[in-house]
Design a protein around this ligand. Structure first.
Ligand SMILES: Cc1cc2nc3c(=O)[nH]c(=O)nc-3n(C[C@H](O)[C@H](O)[C@H](O)COP(=O)(O)OP(=O)(O)OC[C@H]3O[C@@H](n4cnc5c(N)ncnc54)[C@H](O)[C@@H]3O)c2cc1C
Ligand code: SF4
Length: 496
């Protein structure tokens, strides 16, 4: 513990935010870092607790709190405070392959379990992590690793989201030859096409790709396994195959269908098309996006988003940047409390209201929070050409676990674009079928108990395809744990 009195002397200070009025003019990242001296004071707030819940990943009350990667948080906070950034970074990199992703998009499970947060404000673990990785790139602490001994074993990874990248990184560092197959034109999975650019600039993914390529990982983009390449070829040509294809089967709405109803889209399609168009432009400005074609433009439109969570929030931020006339986010659940209830004590995951960047921007632009709670869509109204023009909403309540409409609460809202962000129901079938792997009740691939190996095969599975739609940090944690099993399968032992 660098400074015994740090948590008493310094208040928590987050990285800055570009004001909503400015940041909505671009799709650029909008957090501004603290100067190094202030960052060291923030790290000095860490109390180096005897039992660091922040790095524990405990399951309490059915939800995990603490870092799933078991990042050695008190150790590197101490090193940041002392100005030993390179050493701090090495301790971080020991447990985390891609802090530049989690330092940007992780909801910081660590901070929810931070002891400082029990009676006051948690340590800025997430921002400290981002400071370390960006300093490491800037100062050259992170360099391509030279892998001196190769095992002669070959591993194919299908899918290049955070789980696939973590598997590839670990196994390549271990000395295996790794090839990653990705159907999109760029690697990164939902980091690339899903999470919008203002949360994670796509150059960050390209920077990591370059490093991994220099270390020996081979990426094949534009290869859709199951369609462009058959499983037999991969199973014959590689010693192990790891499926990391995500859980992108979107939960549909009963009242409409994006395939037939004009103006109705799945949220990830809307976000993906925006990012693709943005990347073809000259910069990250809204003006540059507007010069591109091929995306779904919300300018001047009434946008309704069904579903909260990260995806819903990202749709709000994206629609606002495009210049939507109105944005409404419909959520089925009741509005959470602003502060923890007595039944949800520290260090449990706090079930409290989260006002994210998109909500803040909506409040700035339209003067009110766009979220409407305990509501669903009962029907949609289309014009003569089959395009959506209104939705009929209705209040809902849970009666003995069953969702019921509240009679007489129906309302009509103008709607030109309806975005479905109602969650995901498992992995897409065609890749799983191609490898003849069984799915469980959550639509995810079944593996041996508590592990990642598909019994009696050379196939492994990790990330959302294995655990269901989750978080980037979990995808990386799964990728690391899966790589360990693959290594043991290939070598008869593992030192990962
Ligand atoms: C809009 C949105 C916002 C999110 N925001 C956050 C956030 O802020 N913070 C957070 O922690 N989490 C967030 N998440 C969740 C997070 O992105 C995922 O949990 C994580 O990306 C899962 O990683 P993965 O590697 O398992 O799968 P994915 O990231 O889904 O990657 C799977 C990859 O496999 C490829 N693939 C699939 N099938 C094939 C095939 N047959 N052949 C070749 N390639 C194939 C896909 O193209 C994709 O690139 C968000 C999710 C969404 C949808
Ligand atoms: S990965 Fe997430 S939970 Fe882990 S230390 Fe970083 S911000 Fe915290």
């Amino acid at each position: 513990m660098g400074k015994e009195t740090g948590f008493l002397e310094y208040r928590r200070v987050n990285n800055g935010d570009v004001p909503a009025s400015e940041r909505i003019k671009t799709f650029a990242e909008f957090h501004t870092p603290l100067i190094a001296e202030d960052r060291r004071n923030q790290a000095a707030r860490c109390m180096n607790c005897g039992v660091p819940f922040c790095q524990s990943a405990m399951n309490l009350g059915g939800m995990v709190t603490g870092c799933p990667l078991h990042n050695l948080i008190p150790e590197w906070n101490d090193e940041i405070y002392r100005g030993h950034d390179e050493h701090a970074f090495n301790r971080l990199h020991k447990t985390s392959n891609f802090p530049e992703f989690t330092g940007r998009v992780c909801p910081a499970l660590c901070e929810k379990a931070c002891m400082c947060g029990q009676n006051g404000e948690a340590v800025t673990v997430h921002d400290n992590e981002l400071f370390l990785i960006e300093t490491a790139f800037e100062k050259g602490y992170i360099k391509p690793l030279k892998i001196n001994v190769r095992s002669g074993k070959k591993v194919a990874v299908i899918g290049s989201g955070p789980s696939g990248l973590a598997v590839a990184d670990e196994l390549n560092h271990r000395g295996h030859h790794v090839e990653v197959f990705e159907r999109e034109d760029e690697i990164g999975g939902l980091l690339m096409y899903g999470i919008p650019n203002m949360k994670l600039d796509k150059s960050v993914i390209k920077r990591r790709r370059k490093l991994m390529e220099e270390e020996g990982v081979v990426f094949h983009t534009g290869v859709d396994v199951g369609r462009d390449k058959k499983s037999e070829e991969l199973l014959a040509g590689f010693d192990a195959v790891v499926l990391c294809c995500g859980a992108k089967k979107a939960r549909p709405l009963a009242v409409c269908d994006p395939a037939t109803d004009k103006g109705v889209y799945y949220a990830v399609d809307f976000l993906t098309k925006t990012t693709k168009a943005l990347l073809t432009g000259k910069d990250r400005s809204v003006a540059s996006l507007k010069k591109q074609g091929g995306y779904i433009d919300a300018e001047g439109k009434h946008v309704i988003i069904v579903g909260g969570g990260d995806t819903g929030n990202d749709c709000i931020g994206t629609s606002i940047r495009m210049g939507a006339k109105s944005v409404t986010a419909i959520e089925m659940m009741p509005k959470p409390p602003v502060e923890r209830l007595a039944s949800n004590p520290w260090p449990e995951w706090p079930k409290v209201l989260k006002t994210d960047y998109g909500h803040e921007e909506a409040i700035h632009v339209y003067g009110e929070d766009p979220r409407v709670y305990e509501t669903t869509i009962k029907s949609i109204v289309k014009d003569k050409k089959g395009a959506i023009k209104q939705v009929e909403t209705v209040k809902v309540k849970f009666n003995g676990g069953k969702l019921e409409y509240v009679p007489g609460t129906e309302q009509k809202l103008k709607c030109d674009i309806l975005l479905i962000a109602a969650g995901f129901v498992g992995c897409e079938d065609y890749t799983a079928d191609e490898f003849a792997v069984k799915r469980g009740p959550r639509g995810t691939v079944l593996t041996a108990d508590d592990g990642y190996h598909v019994t009696n095969t050379k196939i492994f599975c990790a990330g959302d395809m294995h655990r269901g739609q989750s978080l980037v940090v979990w995808a990386i944690a799964e990728g690391r744990a899966c790589a360990k099993e693959v290594d043991e399968y290939l070598m008869g032992y593992t030192n990962l």
